[in-house]
Design a protein around this ligand. Structure first.
Ligand code: FAD
Ligand code: NA7
Length: 461
């Protein structure tokens, strides 16, 4: 079949926000009347949305695959939604009315789905399909990818000219060892397996780590009735104004039964330990020479423009950075990647790419605080936007919002989600949610949209 072999093929691994951004980018080109390659996306879960597709399961799924999800009940956006808004699909377009700045997970999941449902993007995705292994054939210059169709337990291989890895990097736990932990009588788990704060009611909880997961799981446990929450940091404390019931201490050194010993010589008894110690970039389907080997940081090495694998730019990674920007960054990346795959972008030489990467790495090394991090990622987003026709948005303004958000959290970690921001896409000011976050125990979409709908109904009467 000559026609078929002439058309380039793109394989996408993962249908989370990054993989879906790639599908949407091709769809936008198709709408503009351009001829697009044949695109197939492979997703090991039964539905799209990646992390936002909540699973009650932990460990392995019904087909024995490691569970991808790390999200939990009562998870509310940890940053203002105005900082992640798709610039080609606004919150107004989706919800038809202003909503608050910090929606719960099901509401953001609904928003992610909204833009792709419109375009029948589901047809491009093979669900319940795991990418098992990738081989790059130097002669044919194609990727040969082995998949498992989990539903019918069948293995098969397909070839692609380009491979987009959008498999996420907040799924495989980084689990440190502490002396004596094997004798700890209570529960010891990683944040990846945390599914909600309810089991920790009236308990004394020890959390290891000082980043997003430690902060949010700590606050959730406090909100849902833990007796006390202790956060133990390695490098530096989160350092916000903690309410009574939450405190930060230096790193745990070891356990003696249920007693934890800390670096400053203090000791305390705990009922449970939650390791909020981050995740590994893990690509079990990639051979050694193609695996992205990096810590969680704002500019992983070896990726030109943060996406193209420098040794083989036809291998593309989306969303591998540590993230201030999320959905809009994945979009900006996916649009650039699409243009390269459609021969609409000139790829500089390997040496020139290396120089560009090094420049970013040097800048990254100079960053000192969270505000610098925001500025750095904003500069990266601007660079991406200059390379494609993804609808421009006011990145500087989003940077200002991120800094406001950081200040809000410093001031009061329990109330920052009650604040509101203005959209840079539509100019709409967010609504104040009908219930203060600390009093809102229900994270369902129905409850979230309830009052606004009933008010509207009353107005109509
Ligand atoms: P993912 O969402 O992780 O999706 C990757 C997809 O690839 C998954 O569907 C997975 O099943 C699939 N996959 C993996 N391996 C394979 C394989 N071998 N074969 C086939 N499919 C595969 N971001 C925010 O903006 N706001 C928040 O409030 C927020 N909270 C978060 C809370 C937690 C607990 C975590 C872990 C992350 C949070 N994030 C948040 C960041 C979140 O990771 C991003 O918003 C987003 O989900 C990243 O999208 P992604 O597509 O790159 O990766
Ligand atoms: P992060 O942001 O990668 O943070 C990992 C944290 O774990 C960080 O504070 C680390 O401390 C700490 N860590 C790592 N290893 C250890 C050991 N061995 N001992 C003690 N502490 C350790 O991961 P998160 O899960 O918080 O966030 C990931 C995403 O989930 C994020 O995008 C959110 O939106 C939700 P360090 O500062 O390196 O000393």
């Amino acid at each position: 079949n000559k026609r078929k072999t002439n058309k380039k093929r793109v394989g996408i691994i993962g249908a989370g926000p990054s993989g879906l951004a790639q599908l949407r980018a091709f769809e936008a080109a198709k709408h503009a009347g351009l001829e697009v390659p044949e695109v197939v996306c492979f997703e090991k879960q039964s539905n799209w949305g990646g992390m936002w597709n909540y699973s009650w399961r932990t460990g392995v799924g019904k087909y024995g695959e490691p569970i991808h999800g790390s999200m939990y009940k009562y998870l509310w956006s940890n940053g203002p939604k105005e900082c992640l808004e798709f610039s080609d699909y606004s919150f107004d377009e989706h919800f038809k009315k202003p909503i608050s700045s910090y929606p719960p997970r099901p509401v953001l999941f609904d928003y992610i789905q909204g833009r792709i449902k419109k375009n029948k993007i589901r047809d491009y995705i093979r669900f319940d399909t795991t990418a098992r292994w990738v081989n790059y054939n130097d002669e044919t210059e194609k990727f040969e990818v082995v998949f498992d169709d989990l539903k019918i337990d069948k293995t098969y291989t397909e070839e692609f000219d380009y491979l987009v890895v959008a498999s996420g990097h907040f799924s495989t736990p980084n689990m440190p060892y502490f002396k004596g932990i094997e004798q700890f009588p209570g529960q010891v788990m990683h944040a990846h397996d945390f599914r909600g704060a309810d089991p920790y009611k009236d308990q004394d909880i020890l959390i290891i780590g000082s980043s997003y997961s430690a902060e949010d799981i700590g606050v959730q446990c406090h909100k849902h009735g833990a007796k006390s929450v202790t956060l133990s940091y390695r490098s530096s404390p989160i350092g916000v104004n903690w309410p009574e019931g939450i405190k930060e201490v230096p790193l745990l050194t070891h356990f003696e039964d249920d007693i934890a010993h800390f670096k400053d010589g203090t000791t305390e008894r705990y009922d449970a330990v939650i390791m909020c110690t981050g995740y590994q970039h893990k690509f079990p389907f990639l051979p050694d020479e193609f695996r992205l080997k990096t810590k969680n940081n704002l500019y992983p090495d070896h990726l030109y423009k943060g996406v193209f694998y420098n040794n083989l730019p036809k291998l593309i990674f989306l969303g591998m950075q540590d993230q201030y920007y999320t959905f809009n960054m994945f979009d900006a990346q996916a649009w650039v990647a699409r243009d390269f795959m459609m021969d609409r972008m000139e790829m500089p030489s390997k040496r020139e790419r290396r120089v560009d990467i090094d420049r970013w790495l040097e800048d990254n090394d100079k960053l000192e605080n969270s505000f610098d991090h925001v500025d750095f990622q904003s500069a990266y987003i601007k660079d991406l936007l200059s390379l494609s026709d993804y609808p421009d948005f006011n990145v500087d303004e989003v940077g200002v919002m991120f800094k406001e958000w950081l200040k809000d959290k410093d001031e009061n970690i329990l109330t920052y989600r009650d604040k509101t921001f203005k959209s840079v896409v539509t100019g709409t000011m967010a609504e104040t949610h009908h219930t203060e976050w600390m009093d809102e125990m229900d994270d369902s979409k129905e409850r979230y949209l309830y009052q606004e709908e009933s008010e509207e109904a009353l107005e109509e009467v």
